[in-house]
Design a protein around this ligand. Sequence first.
Ligand code: PLP
Length: 421
Amino acid sequence: MNTHDQLQKISDTHGDSFYVLHEQQYIKNITDLKAACNKHYPKVIIGYSYKTNYIPRLCSIAKTHGVFAEVVSEMELQIALKLGYTYDSIIFNGPYKKESDLERTLLGGSIVNLDSYYELESLKRLVAKHPGASFKVGLRINMSLINEDGTSAIQEGLNIGRFGFDTASEEFSNLISTLNTLGVSIHALHGHTSTSDRSLKNFTTIVKTLCHVRNTFHLDEIAYLNVGGGFFGPMPKGLLNRDTPSFDDYAETIFNHLKKDPWFAAHKPHVILEPGVSVVSNALSFVAKIIDIKKIRGNNFLLIEGGVYNVKPTMHKINLPFKIIAKNKSQNKGTAYYDVVGSTCMEKDLVLSQVEMHHPKPNDFIQIDNVGGYTVVKTPNFINFVPAIVALNAEGSHQIIRNRQTIADVLAPYVLDAHDL
Ligand SMILES: Cc1ncc(COP(=O)(O)O)c(C=O)c1O
């Protein structure tokens, strides 16, 4: 439990708001997910989705726990390499891969999942450029996830997702023939699909589709079946007003279906999972000092430094779990409802809406939990400095993971000349 004194000490040096990293929680999540899968099947690879939160400390922890780096851009690839990942423990996905990145990852032994036909053109040039090399690629398979009531489970209810290949098209059959002719082996199939409901049913469809594609096109060199991410992690009670699947539930669904496929049972390829939010959400909290509380026509507004971009950049309507760390607990008797608002100029900078609290006071701290997914990587330089990240140690000390941004950091990319200064 963080004490007010401990948070005050951090705040004195690192600003009125900052993230707190819970490394042990992150380690528990990745090891629990792996263990849930290994109950069913030994050949499991976990690839951590960098886009979700690429705090280098998290990526390094992943590396020490044998977790692959799942990257989707030149930038993420460079982060992984900088952190000492070797090409053979990198999974390279994403819609845009520069030819030079394709070249180094393919030659280095990464699992590279092609997403579109333009990559084939790059591949043809690379095969011609490196006549002795053996090229292996994965193919991302476009999924249809239509529910019984006709709605789509794909993010935003989109009927047709944009990633991967439409395996029913003639173009796809031609792609397979062209890869054969080029001597490029297809060693992976990838089925990640971002969904709104993260349901078990989606994984049944993904697994069945991957097996179907493998069998239909007789892809005998498949060594990896990749179901992607999109799982729920451990959820705070009551957050969604419904039960969510556990890692055990997902593992059971995935492996029960895979094991029913005769080719899978006979050939035993590796199975890859690419978790993001499920392993990192509860590994980060946002802590902010309460600056002010004001009442407008009966409504209590509680002002903090930072704001909704630090906590939920997508501005969803769910109130995340929070607690108040009061300077003087005995003063805070009784409760009232508050809107927690950020220090930007947006009316809609609503961090928590109508939450009940024990009359917090200025200089108390508020801790908002479960903010690990898509926050640090999506915080814009909008009005405020980007906050520090600290890890709290059990004995009350802290370790700085990222410094709070300074004015020099903000202005560094700009080219300033004499007129500007
Ligand atoms: C290819 C790929 N893999 C894994 C993930 C991680 O998904 P999640 O954070 O939902 O687990 C994503 C996220 O969009 C993704 O695009």
